[in-house]
Design a protein around this ligand. Sequence first.
Ligand code: UN1
Length: 526
Amino acid sequence: LHPEPQPALPLPPDLFGLHRANSTGLDLSVPALRAPLLAAYASVQVPHVPEFDAKLASSALLTSASSYQKWSKLPVTERTATLRRAADALQAELPRFCALLVKEAFKTWNDAVGEVREAIDFLRYYAAQAELIMQPQTMPGMEGDSVLGITGESNELRLTGRGPWVCISPWNFPLAIFLGQVAAALATGNTVLAKPAEQTPGVALEAVKLLHVAGVPEGALQLLHGPGETVGAALVAAPGVAGVVFTGSTQVAKIINRTLAAKDGPIVPLIAETGGINAMLVDSTALPEQVSDAVMQSAFRSAGQRCSALRLLCVHEDIADKVIAMISGAAQELVAGDPADLATDVGPVIDREAFEGIQTHLQRLHREATPLLELMKNQPLAKADNAQTAIKQIANLIPPQTFEVASISDMKAEIFGPVLHVVRWKGDPLAVIAQINALGYGLTLGIQTRIDSRAQQLAHAAHIGNVYINRNQIGAVVGVQPFGGEGLSGTGPKAGGPHYLYRFCAEQTVTINTTAAGGNAALLAG
Ligand code: UN1
């Protein structure tokens, strides 16, 4: 009479013959992997996506609400079947989606493959999770209650959707985070108004098409492309929004939160995954080679354009010189250039605005900090083969750079690019963690030490959502490493984790008096 132990979730099959692991280690020198990707790149076009008129936000909400009436009443397995069909289609079309990511979001091939695999994982994981949690659950009661629960009553907990959700996703994971949000909302019986990042609507459009072909009704999933300030704002403010899920800046998350709080009507939940000033703490016992490898992945991969990326390396003064020399050596080997080139490790940043923001920060660093590794002048750019887009991308290239700063508290804001800040420390590592906590963000933290007990102690002291010990700190694996932060880094259950879907649901407890003499029986008897 107690709930059965939950079955293990089915793991998605390997893609391209590789084990599931988000984003590291794909050898594209293997021709069988490379050929379909390059063929897709030659033929794929980024589709034009018409802008949505923000004045129509309320009518889009009405469409969503009316579609909710049907979609939410389907058996959960019918809804999740659409997600699984979309996952299969995405897997079959992996090269085309990778090529779109390279063309529209300037991802490197490695990052593109990692992202498509992550998107597939999200679809399958949330499908499996929804099937687990959306079955009505008998509440068994506590020790001392009768075996049926409280004597004379039965209690059941039922989860349903809440209504139309506004899903606002970022350009740095235009497929995986976009589909993750959408899949979570749809699986739990909600309908979706999806507002993709302004820079990457084409990938979003293709993803939405997959879901529509897989059986999600058009009214249950609408794509509404346009600027956050107009389209995003109008959607959040429109009547009838049942929830908002957002990945982006802390500042915008707060604006959304204020808008929702000021609305008439019900209290609307917000799930927000925002930025971070992510640190790695390296003590004097750490292995420099391992640190160097973890730093290359965490700080410079994806051109540093991950909210999980390493921004601040806190290295013990006893090994600082050695670690810095090793990082500099390794970074010289990175190729910054055209993302379509297979040899490229670090592609350009997303657009001119991002480029200029990072340049302003670099100018400040040149005035106030010590450059440790500056490749701007001597890094050879990989050649773009053709086309305007390639030229535009290369113009936004920022090769990896490292600066030594005086103190942790010098870190004022998240810099979303391949720029690493290094600070030396001595004394108590717990004091370093306290300073990292004081930054107010809490997304990822790396710890590098050969003292196991210290690693645990530091992890416990950190107010950080994802702590990685003796490894890199990006690429959280869906279903295995639930991802999300604390404080300025966000609110809400972690994406890709077992609690995420609950926030998308309304919960109803149904209590029935089961005794013959009780009120229900008496009422029925007339
Ligand atoms: C983001 O960059 O907005 O663990 C979040 C990772 C990714 C980060 C995604 N899941 O690197």
